[in-house]
Design a protein around this ligand. Structure first.
Ligand code: SF4
Length: 201
């Protein structure tokens, strides 16, 4: 078991410590810890759910298909990804095996809770001006279990960290749209939420 070192001053120090974390069972099956990326002092922090298959293999957040949707949406919202810190509420990939494939499985409440100290430590070190919560897992990790993204997305809210937050969907939900029309609508709504965030950061 590893906890964030109290004296960590940089993302690099936190990331190195998290590589040895065994705070829940997810380290056993995943390839590696996938820590956040970006600079201390980034004006905006994006928090997703957990690394996916590609992120787990490459050891970097948002490098798979959902990351490409995110990149496009940030671009359309006028947000420079280089000025954004990206991370996840849970730092190890949770999945079930189906033959050779590894299928995403939502982290449970105990796993999200176990990983929260790492997210808190990142927020403490990065000190973003605004946090964007991507999807229900990130939103509930920060805002509590009663929070509903469907009801409160696109609003600027105060977080328990004293930093404003904007909640929106996770980009992977756009990939799961059933047809082009619903995909376009979901993408437009996602970009509109990010534009709210862009005005604040
Ligand atoms: S998911 Fe988080 S708490 Fe669980 S082992 Fe990984 S880094 Fe530690």
């Amino acid at each position: 078991m590893a906890q964030p070192p109290a004296k960590a001053k940089t993302v690099g120090e936190l990331s190195a410590a998290a590589a040895a974390c065994q705070g829940c069972d997810l380290w056993q099956e995943a390839t590696q810890t996938v820590f956040g990326e970006g600079k201390e002092g980034a004006p905006m922090m994006l928090v997703g759910e957990q690394p996916g298959d590609q992120e787990d293999l490459q050891g970097r957040p948002f490098v798979g298909p959902a990351g490409r949707v995110l990149e496009q949406a940030l671009d359309e919202a006028g947000i420079d990804r280089r000025r954004v810190y990206v991370t996840n509420a849970v730092k190890h990939f949770r999945f079930t095996r189906r033959g050779k494939r590894r299928l995403h499985e939502k982290p449970n409440a105990a796993q999200v809770r176990a990983c929260r100290p790492w997210l808190e430590a990142e927020i403490e070190v990065v000190k973003p001006g605004l946090i964007v919560l991507l999807g229900a897992t990130a939103a509930q990790s920060v805002m509590g279990p009663a929070f509903r993204v469907s009801k409160q997305h696109g609003e600027v809210l105060e977080s328990p960290f004293g930093i404003p937050v904007v909640a929106t969907v996770h980009p992977s939900s756009i990939l799961r749209s059933v047809d082009d029309k619903s995909r376009d609508a979901a993408m437009s709504s996602f970009i509109a939420d990010l534009m709210v965030a862009a005005k604040q950061a």
